[in-house]
Design a binder for this molecule. Sequence first.
Ligand SMILES: [Zn+2]
Length: 148
Amino acid sequence: MEHYRDDVNQIKQGEHVFCLVDNTYTKSRGLPAHGGMWMEIQADTFLKRRPGKEGSERDYLSPESTGAHELGHTEGLDNWLEHTPNMKQEGEKRKFDNKSITPNQIETIYSESEAGHLNRDPPKSEAGNIFTRHKNSASDSGRSCGAI
Ligand SMILES: [Zn+2]
């Protein structure tokens, strides 16, 4: 795993970078670049107490399911607006740490990839702008990024 600090323009083709941040620019639990190669995860996601039994607490969302949700955005998936439980529901709506993905969503990832809509450069520079603003904001004191 390679480490990056601030400069998402160092991201190489084929990598997906998870950045742990004190606060995302939008103050949400996670922040992706749609079809891009990076995502942010708010660090306090890792500090919340895990329930004894996975999926037993209504309002607990694990860092891994948050990461999977954001990775889904980079793979071209939108938030899930249907009322059935799904990992692509927005954080406030997703309950019991749901990690479900539908065959249709997997097909969407494949067709978005085939169409050349993923791993694009524009979201990378957009991310650079967000990161620059973020770096200059008083609320941001920490960031640690790693690529897979
Ligand atoms: Zn989302």
